[in-house]
Write a protein that binds this ligand. Structure first.
Ligand code: ZN
Length: 232
């Protein structure tokens, strides 16, 4: 799933756990991708790109067993939960962060080509619906609809909705080979792709975090006691 919709997932968790700091939730939903960026930059994980890039189908996440596998994600989520729950004494933050980390892989499984391993060393069978390749426009609508649904659940501002729609529409050429976008400049440049994705992660997390603040202010006024609970 693209960065904006991973970021939008944080809205659902924030709605469910209103006393947990949004910054923790935002980092959690993209922790897996930030690890992917770091591991690609140091050469532990591998991405290849075709000589011509017309859509996301020309980008191949060939080796990412540490950042994107069922087993490692579960381990990371459980370890994060245990550390935050027992070392920091914040049970709700622990659950929100663990769910955020797990949500990332779940959403990638719903859209990715089969490129997600069960565990490092078990690369024989990889998982993913393949929607990006088989039904790209449906995948786009699915991502857009998911982002809007997250906004609706959160009951965010109009600016937040516009941002979610805008970032999704900006990705449209990544889904449709007929549309030429900036992805054409990524041909044969996996490091550039990794840095572009890092920029997308940072920009979309910052945007969703910033534009979700207006509701937070309203909620504090409406539920001052609930918003000021100490143990979160
Ligand atoms: Zn991912």
């Amino acid at each position: 799933m693209f960065a904006i919709n991973h970021a939008a997932t944080a809205l659902v968790l924030k709605r469910q756990y209103p006393t947990v700091r949004m910054a923790f939730i935002l980092l959690a939903v993209q922790a897996v991708e930030l690890l992917w960026v770091a591991l690609n930059l140091i050469g532990v994980e591998t991405t290849t790109i075709d000589a011509t890039v017309r859509s996301v189908q020309n980008i191949h996440l060939v080796h990412m067993p540490w950042s994107h596998s069922i087993a490692t994600t579960l381990v990371f989520a459980v370890v994060a939960w245990a550390l935050i729950r027992f070392a920091l004494g914040k049970p709700k933050t622990a659950i929100a962060v663990a769910l955020g980390m797990a949500s990332h892989l779940l959403l990638d499984l719903v859209t990715h080509s089969p490129d997600i391993a069960i565990a490092p060393g078990f690369a024989m069978q990889k998982l993913g619906t393949g929607f990006y390749g088989s039904v790209p426009f449906l995948a786009f609508l699915l991502e857009l609809g998911f982002g809007i649904a997250c906004w609706r659940i959160y009951r965010g501002s109009r600016w937040l909705l516009l941002a979610i729609i805008g970032f999704n529409v900006a990705n449209l050429s990544m889904f449709l080979p007929q549309l030429v976008g900036i992805e054409a400049a990524l041909a044969g440049r996996p490091t550039t792709l990794t840095l572009v994705i890092l920029a997308q992660i940072v920009i979309t997390l910052a945007t969703v975090g910033w534009l979700s603040r207006s509701r937070k202010t309203t909620m504090r006024k409406a539920f001052p006691a609930r918003a000021s609970q100490a143990r979160v």
